[in-house]
Design a protein around this ligand. Structure first.
Ligand code: AMP
Length: 279
């Protein structure tokens, strides 16, 4: 597996293989890899001739410095895991490579998309995501890029980025990979105690309960029931809400089939977790 650390080596190599018609698949990550990330990588390996994974903990997207400083770094394990799934290359830039002196910030009109859910709770987060993914797309110019639906709002932001700047990049959004308990895999799970992990499994229980109730009762009541389930476990809920799956506009009544998305963010043992379910 090739390892690139600078833009120059990366761009030089990729432009050569692109000229040969080799299809490039790209999976951006912040490392501390788990089966959720590897699922995206496996899809890319299946669907492309050459798969590149980036590992970069993007400080710009952390609104909370404690969260940034505590973000797990497991470089050697990450490289080993990527080798196991036949990944072709990894790009591990420094901050100087990612954001060289005098780099130009781009501006992307995201409208209502960032007025809800993670937007107001994590000021600057999506702008940070946009800056890093713009720069990565620009360096790499992949044929296809893979993202996880676990970060549903992020997927919609990336779609807006593509529509404005990168028409030729094909986006693939992949389903959330979960532990046996239903807990969505996340690098942040590493910071939970065994008890915290058990508590966190109630997130998916609440989401599936809401989905299952949707054929019997009104949305408002189902959502409240889900909140109650979590509060009974002493889980601190930041939001648990229904929205339109296409626009992310919050709703009090069910949308039509396959247009419902229920999103949540909670804190368990000081670790912020997000999840969602679509139906
Ligand atoms: P991160 O390293 O957290 O920035 O995540 C990198 C990519 O992996 C993003 O597109 C995430 O949405 C995706 N991802 C993270 N966790 C999961 C999961 N449990 N299942 C599927 N994709 C995931």
């Amino acid at each position: 597996m090739q390892i690139f650390n600078t833009q120059i080596e990366l761009e030089g190599f990729l432009s050569k293989i692109r000229k040969k018609g080799i299809k490039i698949g790209f999976v951006p990550t912040m490392g501390a890899l788990h089966e959720g990330h590897l699922d995206l990588v496996k899809k890319s390996v299946e669907e492309n001739d050459y798969t590149l994974v980036s590992i970069y903990v993007n400080e710009l997207q952390f609104n909370n410095p404690i969260d940034f400083n505590n973000y797990p770094i497991t470089k050697e394990d990450d490289i080993e895991m990527l080798k196991q799934v036949s990944c072709d290359a990894v790009f591990m830039p420094s901050s100087e490579v990612m954001y060289p002196k005098g780099y130009k910030k781009i501006s992307l009109e995201l409208g209502n998309l960032v007025d809800v859910f993670e937007g107001p709770l994590r000021p600057g987060h999506f702008d940070g995501v946009v800056q890093v993914v713009y720069r990565l797309f620009d360096y790499i110019k992949p044929n296809t890029a893979y993202f996880g639906l676990k970060d549903y709002q992020q997927c919609m932001v990336i779609k807006a980025l593509k529509n404005q700047f990168f028409h030729s990049i094909h986006l693939v959004f992949c389903p959330t990979i979960r532990m046996e308990t239903g807990l969505a895999m996340s690098s942040r799970n590493k910071r939970l105690s065994p008890l915290g992990l058990i508590e966190a499994s109630y997130l998916y229980k609440a989401l599936t309960t809401i989905r299952d109730l949707s054929i019997h009762i009104e949305a408002f009541d189902a959502i409240n029931y889900g909140k109650l389930l979590l509060q009974k476990r002493q889980i601190e809920v930041e939001y648990l809400e229904l929205a339109n799956a296409d626009t992310l506009a919050p709703g009090k009544r069910w949308f039509r089939k396959n247009k419902n998305i229920v999103l949540l963010a909670v804190n368990i043992e000081g670790v912020r977790l997000i999840d969602n379910i679509g139906f």
